[in-house]
Design a protein around this ligand. Structure first.
Ligand SMILES: C[S@@+](CC[C@H](N)C(=O)[O-])C[C@H]1O[C@@H](n2cnc3c(N)ncnc32)[C@H](O)[C@@H]1O
Length: 251
């Protein structure tokens, strides 16, 4: 390839060392977190998919308890379907825990998620998430979640419908409205563009009234972006190992 062509490609794709195109070739390894649940580590970025203080505990605290369950108690609704949007399907842990919550509480969740860099099912199987629920047959549920076709709604069980979109967040134009948003991008240090007002804007505009946005991040600039996008933002207690996280509401 000519030098000119290489320079051009570098200019377009590799703006910095954390350009999202690096994710295509990146190596991941399984690691065990403090609560015994597993996650993935990317050495090139020195970044994890979940908190090392406990992947399961973090997902439960940030997304299920502070997001989905909070929305349910705020809206005091038992018969309305809850529409959830997740930025970053990844290992599918948040989707699995949301399915578990919806099934246990017998209310319907329509779960839409986007993922630009899907993991292989072999990588996911190796994380043993089904062992978090020894009394349930979640091996087959996890398989259903991961092997669900892209861009097609799939009813996983009577309480949980999944729609996965294989797309970059930066190119995603929401057509639906959401009650709950789980914002689970990699950290600001490695993906600053994912936390900008410009990237957050379209998804925040798709949040329903009394809708709830949650993220593990507690960064001041993220809080200010959410505020300028019209949300009421609260710093609340974070998951184990983290003092604070953000929850925002469309009043
Ligand atoms: C912190 S991980 C969280 C994954 C997931 N929520 C889980 O429980 O495993 C961030 C995820 O966002 C995806 N991602 C990163 N940048 C993205 C982008 N620009 N557009 C869409 N997905 C992206 C990554 O591939 C990764 O799966």
């Amino acid at each position: 390839m000519s030098k000119l062509k290489i320079n051009f490609l570098n200019h377009i794709f590799l703006k910095d060392q954390y350009s999202f195109f690096y994710l295509y070739g990146i190596k991941r390894e399984k690691v065990i977190t403090a609560d015994g649940s597993s996650t993935l580590y990317m050495e090139q970025w020195d970044e994890y998919y979940h908190s090392m203080h406990g992947a399961y505990n973090e997902a439960m605290h940030v997304y299920i308890e502070s997001g989905l369950s909070f929305w349910k108690s705020l809206n005091k609704i038992n018969d309305k379907t809850c529409t959830v949007f997740e930025m970053g399907f990844g290992t599918g842990l948040n989707a699995l825990l949301s399915l578990e919550y919806a099934t246990e509480n017998e209310f319907e969740v329509e779960f839409e998620t986007i993922e630009a860099f899907p993991l292989s099912f072999l990588e996911v199987q190796d994380l043993d998430f089904d062992s978090l629920f020894p009394s349930k047959n979640y091996k087959s549920i996890l398989k259903k979640l991961h092997l669900s076709p892209w861009e097609k709604k799939n009813k996983i069980n009577p309480f949980f419908t999944l729609l996965k979109n294989k797309i970059l967040m930066e190119n995603f134009n929401p057509v639906s409205k959401y009650d709950v948003i789980y914002y689970d991008a990699f950290g600001f240090r490695v993906q600053p563009q994912m936390w900008s007002e410009e990237t957050l804007g379209p998804i925040i505009n798709a949040l329903n009234r009394n809708g709830v946005f949650v993220t593990y991040s507690a960064k001041g600039c993220v809080r200010r972006s959410l505020e300028s996008l019209g949300l009421e933002v609260f710093r609340i207690e974070g998951p184990p190992g983290k003092r604070e996280m953000l929850r925002a509401i469309r009043a």
